[in-house]
Design a protein around this ligand. Structure first.
Ligand code: OSB
Ligand code: MG
Length: 376
């Protein structure tokens, strides 16, 4: 059965974060994502989410650029034709870049496609894991005591791995303090491109290397694969690449250079479920372990991430915490929850595997636009 979309509605939804989140580049206290509702000529409904940060500090996209790219280009492309597979729909877009916007339309198409097969997305993708091991990603705090308090809260909730955001002024001391205070905790750090080549000889990396961290994520700029390769040669701790891995092609370059030993796969950063699965497959072939990163997704994007993270190559704990770590209320039912750091992959129904609460989305949306096909 082909995918024949008759109507698409975009919703802009804003939610406050339960706790302010600071990385090496910025601090934020709310999230604003674009949700995509695609309805087929048969009345089947698929959902997607553009989980872009509001401001272009993680990468160049922002909420407005996602809204604009979807409204002007990607939605008209979905409405213009019928597609046999999600890969066909993605290939119909001639928009360069803008992966977060592409991810939203691709997710909606995968939701529809797996429903036409009568399968939950995880099964349609070939997922093998029924639950996904997950940690929490914790922002930079004002003091180390504040950080220890936040870590204690999540340890009490059953999480066994934490990722600490670091920067040139917040790296070794907080990581050491957490390891000293929580002996059984697995700790990794994420610099979000906060260092540059001039830091290569700084003692911070040799000090971090002695801590026995699970990995050091993205110390240098997205394009600076050479500094990542130089540092990886000097460290025992694996470097994990996030921002740098924007495509299968960049993955090949990074692996050829030895720029890292682990890959963070994000459906959003890679531009959809289809390219995320392709990067997973390539990493599995190359013997590179992967895990699933997050962008503070609402339930729709989180369900897609969980489906991807159910593939066999996902062996490290993912950043797919229960929704309550982020928001007071979510837009799906049942709520996504973690028990002892494990999150069940939704597969209660075909498609994303859970119920999307359209009434709540409509009530909360600050902007809504509907576009219809002129095919019929
Ligand atoms: O680098 O992984 C990142 C959030 C916003 C921007 C970048 C990142 C993150 C996270 C949050 O670490 C992960 C999550 O959704 O829990
Ligand atoms: Mg990261």
């Amino acid at each position: 059965m082909s995918i024949d979309i008759r109507e698409v509605t975009l919703f802009r939804v804003r939610k406050d974060l339960v706790r302010e989140f600071e990385t090496s580049s910025h601090r934020k206290n709310y999230i604003e994502h674009v949700l995509v509702k695609a309805t087929t000529v048969h009345g089947m409904v698929g959902w997607g989410e553009a989980a872009s940060p509001v401001d272009p500090f993680y990468c160049y996209e922002n909420t407005d650029s996602c809204w604009d790219t979807l409204r002007r280009y990607l939605v008209p492309t979905l409405l213009a034709d019928t597609f046999k597979t999600p890969a066909d729909a993605l290939a119909a877009s001639h928009v360069t870049g803008h992966p977060f916007a592409h991810a939203a339309s691709d997710m909606a198409v995968w939701d529809l496609y797996s429903q036409t097969q009568g399968l939950p997305l995880t099964d349609a993708l070939g997922g093998t894991q029924r639950e996904v091991s997950s940690g929490v990603s914790l922002g930079i705090e004002r003091t180390i005591d504040d950080l220890l308090e936040v870590v204690a809260l999540h340890v009490r909730d059953g999480y066994r791995r934490v990722k600490l955001k670091i920067s040139p002024t917040w790296a070794y001391e907080p990581a050491k303090a957490v390891l000293d205070a929580f002996a059984d905790l697995v700790v990794q750090v994420d610099a979000n491109c906060g260092f540059d080549a001039s830091d290569l000889d700084s003692p911070v990396f040799t000090k971090l290397d002695r801590l026995g961290l699970l990995m050091i994520e993205q110390p240098f700029a997205e394009d600076d694969l050479l500094s990542h390769a130089t540092l990886q040669r000097r460290l025992d701790t694996p470097i994990c690449l996030d921002e740098s891995i924007t495509s299968l092609e960049m993955l090949r370059v990074a692996l050829a250079l030895g720029a890292g030993r682990i890959v963070n796969i994000k459906v959003s950063r890679l531009g959809g479920v289809t390219p995320a699965r392709a990067v997973h497959d390539a990493c599995l072939d190359a013997g590179i372990p992967v895990w699933c990163g997050g962008m503070h997704e609402f339930g729709v994007g989180r369900a897609a991430n969980l489906a991807i993270a159910s593939l066999p190559g996902f062996t490290y704990p993912s950043d797919l915490s229960g929704s309550s770590k982020y928001y007071e209320t979510d837009i799906v039912e049942p709520a996504i929850v973690a028990h002892q750091g494990m999150v069940v992959v939704p597969r209660e129904r075909p498609g994303l595997g859970l119920q999307v609460l359209e009434d709540r989305i409509r009530a909360e949306a600050t902007e809504t636009i509907t576009m219809a096909s002129d095919k019929i």
